[in-house]
Write a protein that binds this ligand. Structure first.
Ligand code: BGC
Length: 420
């Protein structure tokens, strides 16, 4: 008996120790998997700064309920929002809701903005990344910007049919960024920035697209009106569709899925500002071919991208992936004409349909242009956009505009031109 009972006790002790160890390492593993994801992004290595994680100021807060107003100055009809998710609340933290902007069909509710690129790429962005640093957003606001645009490719973070569930951890990151921006007094445009399969297999992916907007709309329906949804970035983008696919985007398909997405969003967000694209690649040339979607909806705006002339805005870029780089060039007077043409079309569209146009992307990519050239370009663009009554959003924050490592604006002349 003795012989038998001793090994059982030993075994029991051994088992107990093993279980404790298992528990401890298991918990550590969980913690580790959270922190392991904090590796810095590598996307924009081409032209980016890296942050010192030590400097991070993590702000994980959540917004108060919607401010109860829409951009038309009317009171929200909140309707039945019982199906909406509660904002994942963290009591006690306040969020500055953005001021109401008079929206009279000419004044754009999005005035001066900056694109914050990263999350449209298939890379891990950890909470130690600059995107989560509150003071960056304060700096942007203090400089005079009123909004930021956050390009995100949600398709990279969704489960399978039929639910196509958006990954919770990823969505929490997006919540955090939105909350930080709103708290800094900025509006934030959540832009579905996707150059993938939706563009080449529309039929096979449109349910996923609708499921995405349904989830986002439900999740954010109580958020302040400073959160804006943008349905699609550059649908019909050449790079995205040039290899073809089973059901490649056409102008009609682009308009059809955007209209459907608006209807889905409107079920839970009756007055949230929604940005949609023209029927092709956010091009101005297509504006007059794009009859306004849902013309009675006063909280829709049209987004156009203006990179004219490419040889200036994309200098030093091999944009066609053919090994041919646009040479370095100054901004010259003859470059003004193609820009003026764009804004003539914008003006015509606004006058005809009364739907404001917002230039969701413009800018000179990178910082290799001769000194002062980007400022000249920006000055001309900003002036032209002012005359046309357009809001705008510069592409891009770190690409030669702001150093997140040094925490300083990199081109004072450029920033002055933008803020004029
Ligand atoms: C693309 C970026 C690009 C920019 C300027 C954006 O829509 O997503 O990758 O740098 O346009 O071409």
């Amino acid at each position: 008996m003795m012989k038998k009972s001793i090994p059982i006790r030993v075994l029991a002790i051994f088992l107990a120790i093993a279980m404790c160890l298992f528990c401890v390492t298991g918990c550590q593993e969980k913690e580790k998997s959270k922190t392991e994801k904090k590796k810095p992004i590598s996307v924009s290595e081409k032209i980016t700064d890296e942050d010192d994680p030590e400097d991070s100021e993590l702000v994980e807060s959540n917004p108060e309920e919607s401010d109860g107003n829409d951009y038309t100055g009317n009171t929200y009809d909140t309707g039945d929002i019982s199906e909406c998710d509660e904002p994942p609340s963290e009591a006690g933290k306040t969020v500055t809701t953005t001021e109401n902007v008079k929206f009279d069909g000419r004044t754009n509710p999005l005035s001066r903005g900056i694109n914050l690129s990263s999350l449209e790429f298939d890379v891990e962005v950890g909470y130690d990344n600059w995107l989560f640093q509150g003071r960056i957003y304060d700096t942007i606001r203090e400089k005079g910007f009123d909004h930021v645009r956050l390009p995100v490719d949600f398709f990279l973070y969704m489960g399978d049919a039929p639910d196509y569930k958006i990954d919770e951890e990823f969505l929490h990151k997006i919540d955090t960024i939105i909350n930080i921006a709103l708290r800094a007094g900025l509006k934030i445009v959540l832009d579905f920035h996707h150059f993938g399969e939706l563009q080449t297999d529309c039929k096979g992916n449109k349910q996923k697209y609708y499921a995405m907007w349904e989830q986002l709309a439900t999740h954010y329906c109580r958020y302040p009106s400073g959160l804006v949804f943008e349905l699609l970035n550059e649908p019909g983008n050449l790079e995205a569709i040039q290899n073809g696919g089973p059901d490649v985007f056409t102008p009609a398909k682009i308009m059809e899925i955007q209209e459907q997405a608006i209807k889905i969003i409107r079920k839970t967000n009756p007055t949230r500002l929604i940005v949609h694209a023209t029927c092709w690649n956010n091009g101005a040339a297509q504006l007059m071919d794009t009859e306004p979607l849902l013309p009675d909806d006063k909280n829709l705006i049209m987004s156009v991208h203006s990179y004219e002339p490419m040889e200036f805005t994309h200098q030093n870029a091999d944009w066609n992936n053919d090994g041919i780089f646009y040479p370095t060039t100054d901004f010259t007077d003859d470059m003004k004409y193609p820009i003026e043409l764009v804004f003539k079309m914008v003006e015509k569209y606004q006058n005809t349909y009364g739907r404001p146009v917002w230039i969701g992307e413009f800018g000179a990519v990178g910082s290799k242009a001769p000194a002062g050239a980007r400022a000249k370009y920006a000055e001309f663009l900003v002036d032209t956009m002012k005359k046309t009554g357009c809001g705008w959003c510069w592409w891009e924050f770190r690409y030669g505009l702001y150093s997140v490592t040094k925490e300083e604006w990199m081109d004072e002349a450029l920033i002055d031109a933008l803020m004029k």
